[in-house]
Design a binder for this molecule. Sequence first.
Ligand SMILES: Cc1cc2nc3c(=O)[nH]c(=O)nc-3n(C[C@H](O)[C@H](O)[C@H](O)COP(=O)(O)OP(=O)(O)OC[C@H]3O[C@@H](n4cnc5c(N)ncnc54)[C@H](O)[C@@H]3O)c2cc1C
Length: 436
Amino acid sequence: MAHNFDLVIIGGGILGTSISYFLGFLNKTKKIAIIEQAHNVAFHTSSRNTGKVHAPYLYNPEKKKMFAKTTFHGYEMLEEYSRLKKFPFKKDGVIEVSLDEKGTKVLEKYFKWGKQNGLQDNDIKLMDKNELKKIEPEIKCESALYVYKDGSTDYSKVTEAVMKDSRENGINFMLDTKVTNIKKIDDKWKITLNNDYEIFANFVINAAGGEAIDIAHKIGVAETFTDMHFRGEYWRTPKEYNNLTKTSVYSVPKYPDYPFLDPHWIIRVDGSCEIGPNAVPVFSPYGYNKTENIKEFIPKILEMLRTGARKTIFDKQFQELAINEIQSAMSKSAMINRVKRFLPKIDAKKITERGTAGIRSSVINENGQFVPDVILEGDSMSFHILNYNSPGATGALPFSMYVVNHLSKQGMFESERSDAQCGPWKFSDMIEKLAL
Ligand SMILES: Cc1cc2nc3c(=O)[nH]c(=O)nc-3n(C[C@H](O)[C@H](O)[C@H](O)COP(=O)(O)OP(=O)(O)OC[C@H]3O[C@@H](n4cnc5c(N)ncnc54)[C@H](O)[C@@H]3O)c2cc1C
């Protein structure tokens, strides 16, 4: 294998893999590699999520502009790609419910945002409880927002198909390979892999998910930011609940500025049902179990105390919410009861099987606030994608197009062609359509 690359992407989640997809079509002579520490792509957050292809109704068109736009186009691109590759994509909708008058006001705001973000009259509808009852008799609520244009998929299958296409276009996938160090030497990056050997690259894209901040810090970028990790746990429900509702159900989050959404009632693309996720504070982007959390506890606490996260952990509101989440990790009933508020028929005793947990890494600024949108930092030799959170899987394809175009336009990494056909999409036409 060559030891010199024109470009190296760190991280083979849905984001890094999608970036490689477009780079592969636009560059035929450049040497490009993607480095992933796991034995397959989408091993972490990109396969450990709710599997929803979201409509852009939860995103303030001003504060979360990037997520709103990429979600809108991501839905259509994923639908098209799934049809082409013949893997399941269901336009199965989602119902967002409010349990009180305050929540109903929030739903009215979401309805407005949805429309501002491009949803049409037949994509989204506000309903009172009586109207919803006729469609979904088991749901108890004050009012609801029925979003017809919301879907379900399996993001690990999507990412694997994207990897296959990228490989056919000459992208090198280095799996089971961890970036353990990275250093600038003159006009090249010296990248140490598995603490064992080195490769060199002219340009680096950091798409390392929960480790993206750490990699940025290693090379002196984004130093005023830090992150906190939250484990989202799920419970699988028995088959007898598979027809409890026709559609997944979310409830209005009480504190949308914090990464604590209340757990949802989820119908997955294969028809199975789950409850989740909560958001339990953990100490590592891979803190799925006690051993990893104990190992990372002291370094993470020390890091939080010397950064903006210090203010977050001493914030009373944050502490209350975090305790609530920890309770719902320790007690199954506490978690199930959060969904029982709007689906009273569920019986915690019948639920015995855990689902697959995933970890969200949220970026915090120097004032201790959670940053709402994605953060992009770059210079002439590197580009860093930080805080790429929900609904990141939905928007990964259009967002990757944006990144590739941005790098080319800024002269950071110029692609050889801009009018290439990238699978079903002509790159230049899509960039015009995205208008990001
Ligand atoms: C509980 C939960 C539910 C969610 N539900 C949804 C949903 O329903 N719909 C939706 O659109 N989005 C959802 N999301 C968000 C979505 O899953 C993420 O935004 C998306 O998967 C992020 O992709 P990524 O490629 O940036 O990160 P990741 O999937 O985490 O990929 C980053 C990769 O980088 C690798 N890496 C890191 N450091 C190194 C290193 N040093 N060397 C080599 N490799 C490295 C990691 O192994 C990892 O595979 C959810 C997220 C969570 C946590």
